[in-house]
Design a binder for this molecule. Structure first.
Ligand SMILES: [Zn+2]
Length: 385
């Protein structure tokens, strides 16, 4: 859809304003203009949901607004097939269950099978019929428990346990690598004399190099796109692809841009929202990738950040989006167009992926893994436990 932006008028704007009013972000009115107050409210909403903050309503913001209409308790929630219920009420329920230590995966706003199972487990434990749907009785039980039962970070424990139980080897893991953009969307484009550098090409090259290094270490690797696809796959589809493949790790590669050519450095993003809900393993993966890249390349450290983008929210495995430098920075660009530099970036990511599967107490210092040794281990036939 074409984003609805400041200055627009019409029924769609009225609808957006109504939702924002319901969220106490905008005073009530029947106006149908996307005015300055509406833009500020949209920005505040985007910030609260971990979306990119641009003050416009594109497809991703629209879905989040649409889902925000539902307050927990206003309708009965159940696992609907094939079109699961989604909404802010589902997210509130998931966050509540996560706080109490139930395994719902991410608070992804989707009432899927995992949420339904967690509800059934909760129902069993409080003596209700475990049908996995959340109606008035279950809501009543949740309300009575209130916020008393708040664990430390239960989702951290559950996700780390799953990784720990799977052992330290890379052999047989599935990693999905997602070169950003492609097709009709080149991403960041920077003319350079007769040349023209595009984000889509550079990140595809990085992805291919990474594919080679991981495959040599015994990893099953799948890329989300080829070098020159006809169309640009939406982020939600990239996430679904990784889910369908049962990937252990998801790595999305991008380069950044800024109007100021001084802006430079590497940043990583993992799933999380402003209310402190985060994917613990995603956060760990992002932290490892960030530290290894900074240590091995000298790119400026722009740190890791939590975002609720579709790509990170819908993926069911630890997922990270890496913005490897600013293509608009002459310093970063000069490095990125050097294939030897790209190899160092790739080695850093391989080392981070390896460290993901080391138990935390056996983790090694950043920059210390000799990536070439991984291949030797595989060649020597040191295979799965
Ligand atoms: Zn990008």
């Amino acid at each position: 859809m074409r984003p609805i932006r400041p200055g627009d008028r019409g029924p769609a704007v009225t609808e957006i304003r109504t939702v924002l009013t319901g969220l106490d972000l905008l005073p009530p009115s029947t106006d149908d203009e996307f005015d300055g107050a509406t833009e500020r409210a949209v920005r505040a909403f985007q910030q609260s949901r971990g979306l990119s903050i641009d003050g416009r309503v594109g497809a991703e913001t629209w879905r989040a607004l649409d889902a925000a209409r539902w307050r927990l308790g206003a309708r009965t929630l159940y696992h609907a097939v094939p079109d699961p219920l989604t909404g802010e009420d589902v997210r509130s329920l998931q966050e509540r269950l996560l706080e109490m230590g139930y395994d719902v995966g991410h608070a992804d706003t989707i009432y899927g099978i995992r949420t339904s199972r967690a509800v059934a487990q909760f129902q069993r434990e409080v003596g209700l019929k475990p049908d996995g749907s959340c109606g008035p009785h279950t809501m009543g039980a949740l309300r009575r428990l209130g916020r008393k039962v708040v664990g430390g970070r239960p989702q951290w424990l559950r996700e780390s346990d799953a990784i720990r139980q799977s052992g330290p080897t890379l052999v047989g893991r599935t990693v999905v690598i997602d070169p950003g953009h492609g097709g009709t969307d080149p991403g960041v484009v920077v003319p350079d004399g007769p040349l023209r550098w595009t984000e889509a090409d550079l990140v595809h090259d990085l992805a291919s190099r990474l594919e080679g290094r991981l495959a040599a270490a015994g990893v099953r690797v799948q890329l989300t796109r080829g070098p020159a696809p006809e169309t640009c796959l939406p982020d939600a589809d990239r996430a679904q692809l990784a889910n369908a493949l049962g990937a252990d790790v998801f790595i999305s590669l991008h380069t950044d841009e800024h109007a100021n050519p001084e802006a430079e450095g590497v940043a990583t993003y993992h799933y999380g929202t402003d209310n402190g809900v985060t994917s613990a393993t995603g956060e760990r993966l992002a932290g490892l990738v960030q530290r290894e890249i900074v240590a091995r390349t000298g790119l400026r450290d722009c740190r890791t950040h939590a975002k609720a983008w579709d790509l990170l929210r819908l993926t069911k495995m630890p997922a990270v989006r890496v913005e490897v430098g600013y293509l608009t920075s002459p310093r970063d660009r000069e490095r990125l167009i050097d294939p030897r530099f790209r190899d160092r970036v790739v080695e850093a990511i391989v080392a981070a992926v390896q460290r993901m599967f080391f138990p935390v107490e056996r983790d090694v210092p950043t920059g210390s893994i000799d990536v070439s040794e991984l291949r030797a281990v595989v060649a020597a036939g040191a295979v799965v436990d």
